[in-house]
Design a protein around this ligand. Sequence first.
Ligand SMILES: [Zn+2]
Length: 322
Amino acid sequence: MTETFLALLWRLSEADEPILLWGRQAACHFGPAFDRLLSSGVLEECLPAAEWHPCVDCSCGAYSRIIQLREGASWALCPHDIYRDTQLGDDDLRSFQVHPDGLVGLIADALARRKDLSLHLPGVWLIESSDDPAAIVIIPSRRTLAQSGLEGALREARRGDLLLLSPSLSAPERIRFTRAGIRTASLAAATSMSGAGKMTVTLPQKPVEEKVHPTLILYRGARRVTWGERQIVLSDQPTRLLAALIERAKTPSPHLTTRDVEDVIYGSLAPATARPGRDIIRELRDALTKGGLDQSQVKALIRREGNRGWRLDCQDVTRVEP
Ligand SMILES: [Zn+2]
């Protein structure tokens, strides 16, 4: 089976504009879908060809051949040898310019998000809106895709979930975008077109986020805590508090009351200027938030449970290092 018409158009769109579809390539795809793309401006018919490429093995040295109508048929003439003249079919003289922005528009239409579509950079289209968390970036051209720093520019434009639709990527290319937290899918795989020229888009599902906590490790001596890939430096009291929470979390009574917190920090020698335990809890939570954790994440991690006090909700993957 040869490639579908839409796959052919995406493949041609990988090159830089102007993108030409030759009549000979197009002929087997003529029909309602073709007509619809033509009337909607995705395809634009060019003037009939007036020249033809030179004969392959000819010594005439010509860069192109004149096309002449002879007895109702078109012929590409060889200036050197009449027997090398080539008869051309009607479709051979036709050619069509492909407009990738038109194809991109059809994707937005299929997703009912035309109003969210904008040209973000040359050759880079973005479908996004504040009320839809799923943003899509569409890049048909390989050269645009290869621009250095592109993934960073995309990340700046859109911080949340971002799906890139592009030509199929090599493994290193895929890694490049995955590292920037950008999901990828190929245009040819995500789109299809009915015989009547209606585009359908099937986007890959966003993977369900795993609820497993990253490992929380407290390096007590260095007053440093790591949470997955994040590193957060703590001051002295929050360090001691977190160490106590971690140790308590492994016991049958994992909670620390306000009084317990004060005992951990001051022992029996609370100075007159001692801060209430509640403040030290807040300082620890604030430090974790400043270190890059979500506020909700921090509240879930250092959880207040009524009168029983605070406990660390992360016990099975948590430890204290000296
Ligand atoms: Zn020739």
